[in-house]
Design a protein around this ligand. Structure first.
Ligand code: TYD
Length: 136
């Protein structure tokens, strides 16, 4: 199986005026963007996410501030810190994700391959583990 998540570099144009980044379908974003949402004013004491997606692909970009994301494939966990707007976390596998340690009032942009559908979510960790076992 391909790596279910990876960091991707987002192009940056830099000159005397500052920096500019962009994302287009096919370039930097490996899927056709159907939806964008963003998290802001996050409670530093709490975490969110706590789910996996069956089909949805996402590209997560921390535009300002920083956030930790724990990725769990059912067998092992990995925690990455996103803290730069020129880097995105691409998730395209069956991965349980939790966002935590919101620092410096982050704005976290999430680009998605499909419209919102609750049917695509697995929000129960035991169910997630059961499905993950069948995929390993
Ligand atoms: P929720 O899934 O609890 O957020 P998180 O996964 O970050 O913990 O989403 C909060 C609410 O927002 C929930 O009622 C579903 C709704 N929502 C939408 O209507 N559209 C969307 O694109 C997203 C991501 C959530």
């Amino acid at each position: 199986m391909d790596n279910p998540y990876r960091l991707v570099a987002i192009p940056v144009f830099k000159d005397d005026r500052g920096m500019l980044s962009f994302i287009e379908n096919g370039a930097a974003c490996p899927f056709e963007i159907q939806r964008a949402y963003w998290l802001f004013n996050s409670n530093q004491q709490l975490s969110r996410g706590h789910h996996a997606h069956k089909e949805l692909k996402q590209l997560v970009i921390c535009i300002t501030g920083s956030v930790s994301i724990t990725l769990d494939n059912g067998q092992s966990k990995d925690t990455l810190i996103l803290s730069s707007p020129d880097q995105g976390l691409y998730i395209d596998g069956f991965i349980w994700r939790e966002l935590h340690d919101f620092k410096d009032n982050p704005v976290i942009l999430v680009l998605c391959s499909d419209q919102y559908s609750e049917d695509d979510y697995v929000r129960d960790y035991d169910e997630f583990k059961k499905i993950a076992r069948t995929l390993s």
